[in-house]
Ligand binder design. Sequence first.
Ligand SMILES: [Zn+2]
Ligand SMILES: [Zn+2]
Length: 422
Amino acid sequence: MKIQAIRGVKDIMPDEVEKWRWVENKADQVFTRYGFKEIRLPIFEKTKLFSRGIGETTDIVEKEMYTFEDRGGEKVTLRPEGTASVVRAFIEHKMYASQTVHKFYYLGPMFRYERPQAGRFRQFYQIGVEAMGSHNPSIDAEVMTMLMDFFNILGLNQFELQINSLGCDKCRPEYREALKKSITSHLSDLCENCNKRYQKNPLRVLDCKVERDIEIASGLPKITEHICNECKYHFEKVQALLSEAMVPYSINSRLVRGLDYYTHTAFEIISDELGAQNAICGGGRYNTLVEEFEGPSTPCFGFALGLERLIFLVPFDKVEGIENNPDVFVVPLGEEAESRVFNLIHQLRSGGLSVERDYDGGSMKSQMRKANKSASRFALIIGENEIKSGNYQLKNMQDGKQSNITAASCVEEIKTLINKKI
Ligand SMILES: [Zn+2]
Ligand SMILES: [Zn+2]
């Protein structure tokens, strides 16, 4: 019986991991500049956290969660997203007490039981950020600007920032009613899903992906024409700040995001290179969620970004310094050499170099082939003649040049040559 990985999950093999780590490091660099600090959260939580936090009528909660009872009879769920956990931790650790803006970022696997398709996985990875504790529209604009910085550093340029306002507690209910009314006259033309959904959540009709529904949705009332003055002011301010920072954007009045908790600004970053599933990143302001979890009123802004899609878009052929190839490949020839290299390699590694070798004691030719394959910068050749003469051979694998190197001081010499000082 051959056991294979579960459907919809995948292994990230070492060559790929190099790319992932590079992107993750860039995220850390950029997000840190903007004051975000990493938070590490559990990958499973009480089911209630997500059903309440994400919204009972969303696809995620209705159909996609990995929920099970643990041995103690507690209903637990593998996290389908990160925000609910950040909010829980924020309240649990009483972060609100310090009255400042808290900026977190997280990174890790999320789990949703979706139909596996190209680029979609049941265990997938997200990077997300949450800025908690300020109403200021500068936060909205700053986080979106940060994303632009991040994407530019990754070498992406085919993307578009789309924004919308989703109103607030005061103005959205009125808009919902107006929308519902308007939808009623189109019900027979709308898809089954929209027919089921529009009573509880008419905004979801706006982001239905069925082509005919998209057309109908474009004729429905726009939320930006129904929002209150406060919401209007906030939205205009966000736009002014983005323009000031020269961040290009467009307004998409059909952008409502799949989750119930957004207020004011919502945004997505769209890439043409991704086909139908074209959002790389989405987020927005959620001013009431902390209260819904019985924390004090805390306005927040955040986003989540799918790492698989992002990594797919990065032009790695133009990126330097991703591979972690060995500095030196050691080639021992014969028994005497073999007995010397173990400690030599140990000293090189302790000295900060990455060193690889062949363990099979093959011929010079076969070992050099392996050195080549490892893409190491140098090969250190130690045979009988070298031991007799007290000089090892160091071959530069890029230009093929060979030089003598004194056996007694070879560790220091190689370290200096590779210019890594520990
Ligand atoms: Zn409002
Ligand atoms: Zn529909």
